[in-house]
Design a protein around this ligand. Sequence first.
Ligand SMILES: Cc1cc2nc3c(=O)[nH]c(=O)nc-3n(C[C@H](O)[C@H](O)[C@H](O)COP(=O)(O)OP(=O)(O)OC[C@H]3O[C@@H](n4cnc5c(N)ncnc54)[C@H](O)[C@@H]3O)c2cc1C
Length: 391
Amino acid sequence: MRVQVAIIGAGPAGLLLGALLHRAGIDAVLVEQRSAEYAPGRIRASVLEQTTVDLLDAAGVGERMHHEGLLHDGIELCFGGARHRIDLKKLTGGKHVMVYGQTEVTRDLMHARDAAGLKTIYEAEHVSLQDFDSARPRVRYQQAGATHEIECDFIAGCDGFHGVSRASVPASAIQIHEKVYPFGWLGLLSETPPVSHELIYSNHERGFALCSMRSLHRSRYYLQCPIDDKVEAWSDEAFWAELRRRLDPEAAESLVTGPSLEKSIAPLRSFVAEPMRFGRLFLAGDAAHIVPPTGAKGLNLAASDVGYLSRALAEFYAGSETGIAHYSDRCLRRIWKAERFSWWFTSLMHRFPETGAFGQKLQAAELDYLVHSTAASTALAENYVGLPLRD
Ligand SMILES: Cc1cc2nc3c(=O)[nH]c(=O)nc-3n(C[C@H](O)[C@H](O)[C@H](O)COP(=O)(O)OP(=O)(O)OC[C@H]3O[C@@H](n4cnc5c(N)ncnc54)[C@H](O)[C@@H]3O)c2cc1C
């Protein structure tokens, strides 16, 4: 098979890149190791920045999101037994975020891909990347015991943190920056109305809690937990009781509980691999960087990476190499700002066993400053709604 772009991974980054390239008249194939049924089942992000909404619109897949997604004008910070609203809209001159689940984004992109008759190779085994330091890269994979090869002009490595693309780059050509946090997030999804119409981020002496949602009748809640905790050790009842303890009395009282549809523990990590271009291979999304989910930036960064990449490839086929030459620098400028924000918000909201009482006093002082200073609230708000895509 011969295509212009071979995309490794059919997560949000790969699927959105495929849709944007199709709109630009560029021929691409997606190579995914999992089945078509597996991908939309992954319960992950739900907060979309305006730049992500714009990219989904540009890809022609925004219709259901605008119909079913929830526009949020603010978030609430809970500490010291009370909630304090950060008015995102007022502080950013009218911006907001869209709450629409990653599962739904993935479904919309897969549906649009099928409707346009675009090719995705699912259940591809032993995917390997060849000759991406030359003008004729190739992707090899196995399916049903047979080996196949794709010839292409470029490879987009959109295969997540554990994928093959970053691992194919010689260690001497890549620099890794990493911070692993000493706790995880225990998440629970339930078919219950959200406790509040906006997200609640709670700093509590027992640990962080987040009240999030997927829709007006489906909620997603998280608790900070020890990194070595086992999900089997948490009954639904134990989860709800612990969540109540970490909320203000009014929220604890009005919380509607129900059986969990899904429960899982995710580790928290900050990670950047740079650069993001190696000859004719480009990394995008979680393949190149990870943020702790506190700032809701992971999916949004994946989207902005492929926004830059689709534009760079369109410029290449129109005769200019400027976009692909600057791809890595453009992405990393935005990524490091999101890394900083996600690290800061994580540090502010979680209990860090090693910092003790001094660290907790500093957190309390900063939270108090944050909600009473317009300058500090504005800095939080403009990072939360997402920094603009810059050239
Ligand atoms: C448990 C969890 C909770 C999260 N919660 C949030 C949140 O609340 N907010 C937020 O913004 N972000 C969150 N994130 C992050 C967000 O989900 C990711 O940033 C987003 O999924 C990145 O998309 P991606 O397409 O780059 O990578 P992925 O979604 O990881 O997709 C990569 C794709 O590549 C495929 N693949 C992997 N290896 C290969 C291979 N060798 N060959 C072919 N295909 C391969 C995978 O099967 C997958 O389909 C969370 C992540 C996790 C793990």
